[in-house]
Design a protein around this ligand. Structure first.
Ligand code: SF4
Length: 485
């Protein structure tokens, strides 16, 4: 499928709308060469908005007159025109309707804050965006659950993200900047040394601004690709610089069992981690092999049991729906095996197409319905007492479906909520990190980027430190000067 847009100032929304129905569709920059190929066509003339879809030789067309209205109103009418046409041509209704944004829960929070009634919000989702009632119920339930947490947030609250951009091997679907540990082993120790320095610099900025640290999240990559001594060095630095007892939560992504052993699990517990993540992605052995994981499904179970023996009582497990060669039945088995382990959190992601090879994109696009069926199977989590507590979407996920965090009551991951709903600033340390500064009580957001790769992070570390001073400058603007510092 190809997309051809003409006469538009920006075709961004229409392009993404077309990809809701045809995930791998390519945007053309000139008139299509072949007359009979599958095509989504949309354009604007002086007098009308028009859309056409050609699918396996059948053409569907629609047109609307232009009228006096704002650019935003016209964009919505145009998107709706194309959306209805795509629904007619494919016979499909995307579960999220025309909603392409990545933070649907935020829409509820923002509109509540703006004074919209619950009926108006419902109508926004069901009528304006054409979401299914099931998706609206999901998103509303999450917004209700998050509401008290958001109310409790204080202007000076913040969280800290620490990134470890190394992994034991590369998964075939991954688009993250992570480097394989074997290839970059010489960089790991210098990286950890610099990372610890950056943590100290962040602590100084926090003191300067009077910020209160609520959560720490060590993610990646795979943090346990550090050796035990390096993991200890990092976690001791955090313990020396922050009052861990006052935190709401401290997460370490143990990630993969091929580099997480009993000793590292012990260090995590001993040095204050209150939540860890052990991520099977799937329990189907053939799928694990297909995606390039070098560990067995049994190794995940062993790792989980060892974590329990070390006293970890808040464990998350990640699964991915739509992995290459997985099936609805296979995904269901993975869900069941995860439930048998009884973790406190289960996060279900939908495969993101940008993470996949072209072959996978083509194949998965054909299996459109299957991924939706996989996500539907997550109902079993609700039956077992888990509640969805955070949700986000990424562009180019299969069928534009969502990633949802489920937890047992009281075990919700605060960090995930804070970052996703942009409740407070997230200060980031490490390569690839992006510090996101949120204006207390306002909607200004400012980002400070670190270098992407470990080698440049180490080489240009002074620049990283200099940029971190931006934290103090941001808060000097947005907090009352009487109470800063
Ligand atoms: S473990 Fe995660 S970050 Fe590392 S290669 Fe696999 S998907 Fe990417």
């Amino acid at each position: 499928m190809e997309i051809w847009l003409t006469g538009l100032e920006s075709g961004y929304e229409l392009e993404h709308l077309a990809r809701l129905f045809f995930p791998g569709a390519r945007l053309l920059t000139q008139r299509p060469a072949r007359a009979r190929q599958n095509l989504v066509r949309a354009g604007k003339s002086k007098k009308s908005l028009f859309a056409a879809v050609r699918l396996e030789g059948t053409c569907f067309r629609a047109r609307l007159p232009r009228r006096q209205e704002t650019a935003k109103e016209e964009e919505y009418r145009f998107c709706r025109l194309l959306y209805e046409l795509l629904r007619k041509a494919t016979g499909r209704r995307p579960p999220w309707g025309m909603l392409t944004g990545v933070r649907p829960v935020r829409i509820i929070h923002d509109n509540r804050a703006a004074g919209m009634s619950e009926e108006q919000i419902q109508s926004l989702f069901l009528d304006h965006y054409d979401c299914t009632p099931a998706k609206f119920r999901l998103v509303k339930g999450i917004a209700d659950l998050q509401a008290p947490l958001i109310r409790d947030n204080q202007p000076r609250d913040c969280s800290l993200y620490v990134g470890i951009p190394f992994c034991p091997s590369r998964c075939s679907f991954c688009s993250f900047v992570s480097r394989t540990i074997e290839r970059e082993r010489a960089l790991v120790q210098p990286y950890v040394d610099k990372l610890c320095e950056e943590i100290v610099a962040i602590r100084r900025q926090m003191e300067l601004c009077g910020l209160r640290l609520r959560t720490i999240y060590i993610g990646g990559g795979t943090p346990t690709s550090l050796n035990a001594a390096q993991l200890r060095q990092l976690m001791e630095t955090l313990a020396q610089n922050f009052d861990l007892d006052s935190l709401q939560e401290y997460t370490v992504e143990a990630g993969r069992p091929d580099c997480t052993d009993r000793e590292k699990l012990h260090i995590m517990k001993q040095l204050g981690a209150s939540r860890i993540s052990i991520n099977p992605q799937t329990f189907e052995q053939s799928v694990l092999e297909e995606i390039g994981r070098r560990h067995s499904a049994e190794a995940v179970v062993r790792c989980f049991e060892e974590a329990r023996l070390e006293g970890h009582d808040n464990i998350n497990m990640d699964l991915i729906a739509g992995l290459p060669s997985d099936t609805v039945e296979g995904f269901e088995r993975s869900l069941q095996r995860t439930l048998e382990l009884d973790p406190e959190n289960i996060t279900v992601h939908t495969l993101t197409l940008k993470r996949a090879s072209n072959l996978v994109i083509e194949k998965r696009s054909e299996e459109y319905a299957d991924v939706s069926a996989m996500i539907d199977r997550c109902e079993v989590l609700a039956q077992k007492g888990y509640r969805p507590y955070y949700l986000y979407r990424q562009k180019n996920t299969l069928q534009n479906l969502e990633n949802t965090g489920w937890s047992k009551p009281g075990k919700e991951c605060y960090y995930n909520i804070y970052i996703m709903e942009e409740i407070h600033s997230i200060l980031s340390a490490g390569a690839g990190g992006s510090t996101k500064l949120c204006q207390p009580g306002g909607d200004k957001i400012q980002r400070i980027f670190n270098y992407k790769y470990p080698a440049e992070y180490i080489r240009d570390f002074e620049t990283i430190l200099k940029r971190k001073e931006g934290i103090g400058e941001f808060y000097a603007c947005y907090l009352d000067p009487q109470t800063v510092g």
